[in-house]
Design a protein around this ligand. Structure first.
Ligand code: NA7
Length: 545
């Protein structure tokens, strides 16, 4: 009989969340093994190696803040880090935390089953490996195209295309060189916009296939000098407090005018928006006034300003017109980039409005729309993700009585979680960083809050000899209803996007993340600390420490 290796905990994925969980558990004395499908740590930043990939959260806050030594031992080169630099950072973190040995690379999860008799998870991998663990902690993220197929528009006859096509989340820089090529980019989200800017620099021609126009917030990306870096390090003592006290976990973007945009005259607003546009400080524009994300009329003042900038920047009025968004600013994930609209003034960039001229099919030479055939050497799918459901569907996670998580979600016509971190009928299954995590918040904040929450939960139940951590059905329903109600009230429900499943044809529309801000989220977490939401919690008699 082959021996099946058993651990206290198995973590899936070695991105920010997986690394943090591995660190907490191994430091806490648990045996923990982490399985990563890639050949390196990095998670999202390992897979998304497309040209121009860069983070739009300032590096000061796109760092772990749980360890002073870790924080102060790293120097970022610029305000917004590039993909390669984040990979270097995460490699540094893994070495510094001494957990590299816990991570098993090139190993993708295939399925996981809960065995009710021995109360262990059995996790299967695509290479045939099988392990057992008491706690099963997927840290695979919501925007994941590794445990599922990347989302691509269904284009008839794609197999006939003689050129190269790749999805940005499976990009392999070694195989694709855009220089001098005719490149088609499908999608104009954060990824598409970054890719288009880079492609426009070296491709012979870039054809942008746009379904929905986007607002793009301007940004400069200054290098960080040693003085600035020292200041960041010196401010470490207040860092956590500042991050936790900010609605998006990014304290460098304060609300600048703590009143409604409508309280200023149009002239005052215009001057203020002009000044902020010139300063080009990324997300800062959506914190110009305190009600831009709350009041449609206020939001429309910023929307109109940003539309006017597109018209001012793009010389060809017809192209400018096609690039104008009509929905509320930041109702879709806001995009931050430098020089996007300017690319449309280059002779080698053209725009196709897929709403007017949709795809007909792919041919040997390129992509055919109802208007014409676009000849291409490379097709780049920057078409996003089947967020939430995609990675779960293909992970085949079976709880009590063999119930499949995604089937349960499909049959119930709803995705249900308790705090995004546990599920009724799935004991000791503690995913981090996926469905029902906060939207519009710097992901590092909730990752650390929930990582610690999961660790404390395990530790606490362990100390009290309670073998199964499982939320009640009622707790799951209450949390899910809360997520849905807030989602419905928020701007995120007003336009199709991955926030609500509307980015994918036929996908049921339901909010996939927590639309309250980071402060509201923390309040909910705080409330959960009596652990009353768990089936076995009545046995707890000790005070929570
Ligand atoms: P996004 O933001 O979901 O963007 C995907 C883009 O692809 C977006 O422009 C979509 O248009 C477009 N898309 C998706 N499906 C189709 C079809 N069927 N036809 C044409 N165009 C399509 O994903 P990203 O990778 O850019 O960004 C993901 C996150 O990474 C981002 O939120 C940041 O957190 C970083 P649509 O707007 O849906 O009409």
């Amino acid at each position: 009989m082959t021996h099946v290796q058993e651990y206290d905990a198995v973590v899936i994925g070695a991105g920010f969340a997986g690394i943090y969980m591995t660190h907490l558990l191994s430091e806490g004395g648990y045996s923990v093994r982490t399985y990563e499908a890639g050949e390196s740590v990095g998670g999202t930043w390992y897979w998304n190696r497309y040209p121009g990939a860069r983070c739009d959260t300032p590096s000061e806050f796109y760092s772990y803040t749980f360890s002073e030594e870790l924080y102060k031992g790293w120097t970022w080169s610029s305000f917004y880090p590039k993909q390669e630099e984040i990979m270097d950072y995460l490699n540094y973190a893994v070495n510094k935390l001494n957990i590299r040995e816990n991570i098993h690379f090139n190993t993708a999860m295939k399925s996981a089953d809960y065995n009710e008799e021995n109360k262990r998870w059995e996790i299967h991998f695509t290479d045939g490996l099988k392990v057992q663990a008491k706690y099963f902690i997927p840290a695979i993220g919501g925007l994941n195209a590794i445990h599922t197929e990347p989302h691509r528009p269904k284009i008839k006859g794609l197999e006939n295309f003689k050129g190269v096509y790749q999805h940005t989340s499976r990009w392999s820089p070694e195989e694709v060189n855009l220089k001098g090529k005719r490149v088609g980019v499908i999608g104009t989200g954060s990824t598409g916009v970054q890719t288009i800017i880079e492609a426009a620099k070296e491709a012979e021609h870039v054809t942008v296939f746009q379904r929905t126009p986007q607002y793009v917030l301007p940004v400069k990306n200054p290098k960080l000098n040693s003085e600035q870096m020292k200041e960041m390090h010196d401010n470490f003592h207040s860092l956590d407090r500042r991050v936790l006290a900010h609605p998006t976990g990014m304290p460098s973007f304060p609300v600048l005018r703590n009143y409604s945009a409508l309280e200023n005259t149009p002239k005052e607003r215009q001057q203020f928006y002009e000044q902020l546009y010139e300063e080009a400080n990324g997300f800062q524009m959506i914190f110009a006034y305190n009600d831009l994300m709350l009041n449609e009329e206020s939001n429309e003042t910023l929307a109109e300003f940003l539309r006017s900038k597109i018209k001012e920047t793009v010389k060809d009025p017809e192209t400018a017109n096609e690039l104008l968004p009509t929905y509320l600013v930041a109702a879709k994930r806001p995009i931050v980039a430098k020089g996007y609209f300017e690319t449309f003034n280059q002779n080698n960039v053209s725009l196709v409005n897929l709403r007017k001229t949709p795809f007909v099919d792919a041919t040997e030479k390129g992509l055919r729309t109802t208007e014409t055939e676009h000849e291409l050497d490379i097709i780049i799918f920057a078409s996003g993700f089947d967020v939430g459901m995609g990675p779960i569907r293909d992970s085949n996670i079976r709880g009590r009585g063999g119930v499949l998580l995604h089937k349960k979600w499909e049959e119930g016509a709803n995705i249900k979680t308790y705090l995004g971190a546990c599920h009724n009928e799935f004991p000791n299954f503690l995913p981090i960083g996926g469905t029902h995590y906060p939207l519009g918040v710097n992901v590092i904040g909730p990752t650390q809050v929930m990582g610690k929450w999961i660790y404390d939960l395990i530790n606490h139940f362990d100390k009290h000899g309670i073998e199964e951590i499982e939320p009640t059905l009622e707790a799951e329903e209450t949390w899910t209803n809360h997520v849905n109600e807030i989602g419905e009230m928020s701007f995120y429900s007003t336009v199709d996007s991955w926030f609500n499943g509307g980015n994918i044809e036929g996908k049921p529309r339901r909010i996939l993340g927590y639309a309250g801000d980071f402060l509201m989220y923390q309040e909910q977490i705080e409330k959960s600390l009596d652990y009353k939401a768990f089936i076995h919690s009545p046995k707890l008699t000790h005070a929570i420490n």
